[in-house]
Design a protein around this ligand. Sequence first.
Ligand code: CA
Length: 364
Amino acid sequence: MDRRSFLKNSALGGTAAAATGLAAPAFAQGNRTLTMVTSVPDGFAIFDDAAVKFIDLVNSMSGGELTIEKKAAGQLVGAFEVFDAVSSGQADMYHSADYYFGGSQHPGYYFFTAVPFGATGGEMISWYQHGGGKELHDELGQIFGLKSFIAGNTGHQPGGWFNKEINSAADLQGLKFRMPGLGGKALGLTGASVQNVPGGEIYQALASGAIDGAEWIGPFADERLGLQEVCDYYYTGGMHEPGSALTAAMNREVWETLTPSQQAIIETAAMATHHWSLSQSNANNGAALERLKAQGTKVLQFPDDVWDAFGKAASEALDENMDDELFARIRASQEASVASTYSWTSISDGEFQAQRARYNAANG
Ligand code: CA
């Protein structure tokens, strides 16, 4: 029952409401609990924080009409099983990173988290809201019975943690490295041995020597995992996830049972969560990196020839999927939007930030 109906029925009085025979069932339909499965353990910084924020926003904006019960990775289904669980109706919603499903479901999903050499967080939301991204996400969702919205963004993700310095592209040969998505495919094309390990298992995989290195999210989230305890070298510039979006996806049949105002709440909560999450990353990563350095982490950047190898591999990894018509259309849409956005931000924000840094360095 929405609040307006409640007030109207209250004004009529209990007897009148009971006489219509509508009040009780309408109220019963008004409060729903939806089950959300996720791909990380409870309490994982940035990733789980975004799921919790989304849930809190939906609950508060709906005045309690919609309650979302979160089941972390492994509680109902495994980290990478959430897509099938929601598509099949086993769970109502998932909160995850859609690139986990690029290989198993449809390669178009890579673009709704991140592709190598792709969109920054700001470029992602510009494409999604104003460049056709949201409509393409929905087109993919129709294939699998999902209604999807991006709901979180990690910001730029570092190249990751290594147990040795990477001084040239040759140093990537044979390296056992954790990197998911199309970025992982690209890294594999440079000669590395790429594995996809769920977030909750990265620390152990590094500690046991099962992998030589790993990327996760960024200083704030990586510090929480303790990756500084098992690797010495941290490369902060990364090619694989320039601004990874997270997604809240609902079973489409469940979505269609929601009222228009409840649907608007879900979409608005997702949009707000993307904004909140991107700013959470950007606000916390600088201080977290300083703490990592204080613990002995060596912070480095890849040399140009490594970036050149990444760029070539990224193009090849993308090109491998171009026989899929929808993939090709999503790629063209995102690349055109990013190029257009950057044509402005590079000569406005980019110039300003460079000049501000130059002036402040010279003048204190
Ligand atoms: Ca990552």
